[in-house]
Design a protein around this ligand. Structure first.
Ligand code: HEC
Length: 113
């Protein structure tokens, strides 16, 4: 009985942490100590056309993909392994906690349009 009373505040604290961590993820998504993910992948991670240009009378689109359904492993891998050939900037300075928070936010955007 004593134990249950003791655990309750911890439970509330954990819950609160979860909410604030998602908020933290949202903040990071928009301002990841670098160029905003939202600028290319869109506010709700649905992906976006970043630029277009004409080549031999054909319009070429440069797109950032929809990442709403990305797995944590893929997200982590993509952020930590910078690809020189990609338009996507370098984010390998992000910490594990920051990537987790980003993942929580991206996941929360699933099925949003
Ligand atoms: C300047 C534009 C730009 C910015 C800013 C950007 N990305 Fe990207 N991102 C891209 C492009 C283009 C691709 C597709 C090519 C590639 O994988 O490099 C991509 C690919 C990805 C992928 C891999 C998707 C897949 O299906 O494998 C993930 C995950 C991702 N971005 C997450 C992020 C996150 C999180 C941020 C912010 C921390 C971010 N990106 C910022 C342009 C951008």
């Amino acid at each position: 009985m004593k134990k249950a009373i003791f655990l309750l505040p911890l439970f509330l604290l954990a819950n609160e942490w979860f909410i604030t961590n998602k908020e933290y993820g949202k903040m990071l998504y928009n301002n990841p100590r670098g160029i905003s993910c939202a600028k290319c992948h869109g506010k709700k991670a649905t992906g976006k056309i970043i630029a277009k240009y004409k080549k031999n009378k054909k319009t070429i689109y440069i797109k950032a993909p929809n990442i709403q359904n990305i797995t944590y492993e893929k997200l982590k891998k993509r952020l930590l392994n910078y690809n020189k050939l990609s338009i996507m900037p370098k984010y390998s300075y992000l910490t594990k906690q920051e990537i987790e928070a980003l993942f929580l936010y991206i996941k929360s955007q699933r099925s949003k349009k």
